[in-house]
Design a protein around this ligand. Structure first.
Ligand code: FEO
Ligand code: CA
Ligand code: CA
Ligand code: CA
Length: 646
C-alpha cells in the first residue's frame, strides 16, 4: 500500500468513520446535483475533450455589482508546497497561538505526552481544531485586540496522541482522554506588543466543553420518545457533544457548533432488530452493524446501539453556546434538524427573522436552511436565545434552468404524514434525511460550509468533492463526474429575501488543476490558466470587501501537496481570480478561517498534522519539531496597509 493511500485510508477512519466504505448512503431516487449541472451544460453546448474547459466558461454569471470593486487583494500568490511548515506570502507572518494540550488554567496542567489523563485533557486545549470564531470583549463591541476564541475539536487521532497506541484495542484511560479531547474550547486571547497574539491562561472565560459535558436538548424534538435513554428518561439532557466540525456565530454573540460524523462513535446496530423502526434511521445515518472503528462501545454502553438504541438520536445537532458565560449549558437546537452538520451560518433577514444555512456533509446529501419564527432584537440579547427553537426548516432543490426552491420540512405538509411514518415534527427532525428524500431535495457533492457575501448578499455553497459519482453514471455533457476537486455554487435568494422559498443559482468555481484539461476548471469566467490550483474546498469566510477566502481539505489526496487557504474576488474584473495565500504542514487540513474584526489578523486551525502516520515515525513534527500538535495560528501583514490581503 502506498503511503499516500495509507494516509488517505487513515483519514477516512477517524475523520468520518470510513463512511464512503460503509452502508448509510442516500438510497433515494432524488436527482443528483451533477445531473442537474449536466443538463445545464448540455442545454448550452456539448462538452467534448479539451474544448470542454473553454466551453464551461460560458456559464459565468455577469459580475453582480461592478461598483463593489475588485477588492483589495494584492498579495503575490504562493505555490503548492509539500514541506512540513506553514507558508504565507511575502510580507506576511504567522505565529502559533495555541496547541493541543496547552493549559487553560494559570496553574496548568502542562502538556505531557507520556502522562496524559482525562482530568488534564479536560483543562487543556483539545485535539483537531476545526471551526474558529472570534468574539470581541466586551460583547457586541468591535474590538480587535481582546476577545474570545471559540474553537471546535472535531475528532481524535489516537495513533498520534498516545505512544504505542494499539489499533482496535485501546486502553480505557485512552478512550476517556479522547472523549475530553473532543468538543469545544473557549479561550481568551489578546494582542500584545507589535501585534503579537497570546492566549490568557487563567482567564475566567476559559472553558472546555467535551464529550462528557452536560448539554440540553431544546426545540420541537426535545423530550420526544426518540431522545429518551436509560440515563435520561426525560429525553432532554445529553452527555457531551461530538465531532464538532465547523460552525457559526450568531448576531447575539453566541457560538453554533455543529455535530458532523457522529455515526462513527456508535457500534453494534446489529444488536437492534431489523424490524425496529429505529433500525432504518440509524442505517440511513451510517451507523455500523458491527464494531465501530474506535470501539468505544466496549467501554461505555451508551455507544452500543444494541444496549442504548436512542443514544445516536441525541447527536447530529447544531449546538448553541454562550462563550461569554462559562456556566452556560450548551443547547442542542433540534429545530435545525438532525444530520451530519458541517456548519451553520446565520444571517439576519431584512424583516429581522434569522436564517441559518446548513450543509449535510456526505456524498449525495442535501443543503438546508432554517428560518426563525421570531425576530432578532439587537436590544434584548436574552430574548434572542429562543430564536433557534422555533421556525421552518427547508431543504434545497436545484432546477436545471438555474432556478431552485426551498422545500419545507414541516410535519403534515406534502409527504411528511403518517402515511410515510411521520406523526409529529419531532419525527421529521430526528429523521431529517428521510424527510428531505421524500420532498425531493437535490443530492449534492458533499455540502460543507455556506456563507453570505457581505457586499453582494449572495450565498456561497461549498461542495467539497464526490468521487463516488462514476463516469459511467453520467452523460457526456456532465463535466464533473468523479468530482475529485469540488466546486462552489453561488445562490441568489429571490428578491434578496433570505427567507424566500425561491432562488436562482450558478456555478462560481469548479476547482482543480488549471493545467489539467481533464479537471474542467472554471473560475467564474476568469482565465483558468492564471489561477492557483485548488482542490477540495471546505471552510470559507469573507473579508469586508467581498473577497471569498477558502480553506481546503484534501489536497494531499488529489495534488499530493499540502492543504491551504486561497482568496478569490467575487466581483469586478478579478472575479474568479483564485490565489493561494497559505500552505499548511504535512498531513493537515486547514479549517475555520476567521478574520479579527479589523481584518488585520487571519486566524485558522491546523487540523491533524501528520495524519496518516503514527508517533513512531510521524510524517509531521509541526509545530515544535517533536510530536505533531493540532493548533490555531494567527497570520498578520508586516508592511503597508495592515489589512490581510491588501
Ligand atoms: Fe468535518 Fe465536513 O468536514
Ligand atoms: Ca469541514
Ligand atoms: Ca465559514
Ligand atoms: Ca471536510
Amino acid at each position: 500500500m502506498s503511503p499516500a493511500y495509507a494516509a488517505w485510508l487513515q483519514k477516512c477512519r477517524w475523520a468520518c468513520g470510513s463512511k464512503c466504505f460503509t452502508a448509510g448512503t442516500n438510497p433515494s431516487q432524488n436527482p443528483t446535483f451533477e445531473a442537474v449541472l449536466a443538463r445545464r451544460f448540455s442545454r448550452r453546448t456539448t462538452l467534448k475533450g479539451a474544448a470542454a474547459a473553454a466551453l464551461v466558461l460560458t456559464l459565468g454569471r455577469a459580475p453582480v455589482t461592478e461598483a463593489a470593486g475588485r477588492g483589495t487583494l494584492s498579495f503575490r500568490p504562493i505555490t503548492l508546497d509539500s514541506a512540513d511548515r506553514v507558508r504565507v506570502p511575502d510580507g506576511y507572518d504567522h505565529q502559533v497561538l495555541i496547541r493541543w494540550g496547552d493549559p487553560l488554567r494559570s496553574w496548568g496542567p502542562e502538556f505531557r505526552l507520556q502522562e496524559q489523563s482525562p482530568e488534564s485533557q479536560a483543562l487543556q486545549f483539545g485535539y483537531n481544531a476545526d471551526f474558529v470564531g472570534y468574539f470581541p470583549i466586551p460583547p457586541q463591541a468591535h474590538g480587535s485586540s481582546r476577545g474570545l476564541l471559540a474553537v471546535n475539536h472535531e475528532y481524535t487521532n489516537p495513533e498520534l496522541m498516545f505512544p504505542g497506541y494499539r489499533e482496535g484495542d485501546p486502553e480505557p484511560w485512552q478512550v476517556a482522554v479522547e472523549l475530553e479531547a473532543h468538543g469545544v474550547t473557549i479561550v481568551e486571547i489578546a494582542q500584545y506588543e507589535r501585534g503579537q497574539w497570546g492566549y490568557r491562561t487563567g482567564s475566567p472565560y476559559n472553558r472546555r466543553i467535551t464529550g462528557t459535558t452536560p448539554c440540553e436538548l431544546t426545540g420541537p424534538a426535545a423530550g420526544s420518545d426518540w431522545l429518551r435513554t436509560s440515563a435520561d428518561s426525560a429525553g432532554t439532557l445529553v452527555k457531551g457533544t461530538l465531532n464538532n466540525c465547523a460552525g457559526g456565530k450568531t448576531p447575539w454573540g453566541t457560538l453554533l457548533t455543529c455535530e458532523e460524523n457522529f455515526h462513527q462513535y456508535f457500534g453494534n446496530l446489529s444488536g437492534l432488530d431489523t424490524s425496529d423502526p429505529r433500525y432504518p434511521i440509524h442505517q440511513r445515518y451510517g451507523i455500523p452493524t458491527g464494531r465501530s472503528e474506535r470501539v468505544w462501545e466496549r467501554f461505555d454502553r451508551r455507544f452500543d446501539v444494541g444496549s442504548e438504541p436512542n443514544e445516536p438520536f441525541r447527536f447530529g445537532w447544531v449546538v448553541e453556546i454562550d462563550p461569554y458565560d462559562p456556566t452556560f449549558v450548551p443547547k442542542k437546537r433540534t429545530a435545525l434538524g438532525r444530520f451530519k452538520h458541517e456548519a451553520a451560518t446565520v444571517v439576519v433577514n431584512r424583516d429581522r427573522r434569522v436564517v441559518v444555512y446548513m450543509g449535510d456533509d456526505e456524498r449525495f446529501e442535501y443543503v438546508y436552511k432554517f428560518v426563525s419564527d421570531g425576530r432578532f432584537d439587537p436590544n434584548d440579547r436574552a430574548a434572542n436565545f429562543s430564536l433557534l427553537d422555533s421556525g421552518t426548516l427547508y431543504v434545497a432543490r436545484f432546477h436545471d434552468d438555474g432556478t431552485g426552491e426551498w422545500l419545507p420540512l414541516v410535519y403534515g405538509e406534502g409527504p411528511l404524514t403518517a402515511a410515510n411514518g411521520f406523526n409529529s415534527q419531532a419525527d421529521v427532525l430526528v429523521n431529517t434525511r428521510r424527510a428531505a428524500d421524500l420532498v425531493g431535495a437535490t443530492k449534492m457533492d458533499r455540502p460543507e460550509d455556506i456563507e453570505t457575501n457581505p457586499v453582494t448578499g449572495l450565498v456561497y455553497i461549498v461542495c467539497t468533492n464526490n468521487t463516488r459519482r462514476r463516469w459511467d453514471q453520467i452523460d457526456r455533457a456532465n463535466p464533473r463526474g468523479n468530482n475529485r476537486h469540488g466546486h462552489i455554487i453561488e445562490l441568489a435568494e429571490a428578491d434578496g429575501d433570505y427567507a424566500a422559498t425561491r432562488f436562482t443559482w450558478d456555478i462560481f468555481l469548479l476547482c482543480g488543476d488549471p493545467t489539467n484539461p481533464d479537471d474542467l476548471v472554471f473560475a467564474a469566467g476568469f482565465d483558468p490558466s492564471r489561477i492557483s490550483p485548488i482542490s477540495c474546498p471546505d471552510n470559507i469566510t469573507f473579508d469586508a470587501w467581498g473577497n471569498l477566502w477558502i480553506a481546503t481539505d484534501g489536497q494531499p489526496g488529489t495534488f499530493r501537496r499540502n492543504d491551504g487557504i486561497y482568496a478569490v474576488p467575487t466581483t469586478g474584473s478579478d472575479r474568479g481570480y483564485v490565489r493561494m495565500f497559505l500552505s499548511g504542514p504535512v498531513g493537515c487540513e486547514i479549517c475555520g478561517p476567521e478574520f479579527a474584526p479589523d481584518y488585520r489578523t487571519l486566524f485558522c486551525a491546523i487540523q491533524h498534522p501528520g495524519e496518516g502516520s503514527t508517533l513512531t515515525q510521524p510524517l509531521s513534527t509541526w509545530p515544535d519539531g517533536t510530536v505533531p500538535r493540532p493548533s490555531v495560528i494567527a497570520v498578520r501583514k508586516l508592511y503597508g496597509d495592515p489589512r490581510i490581503g491588501s
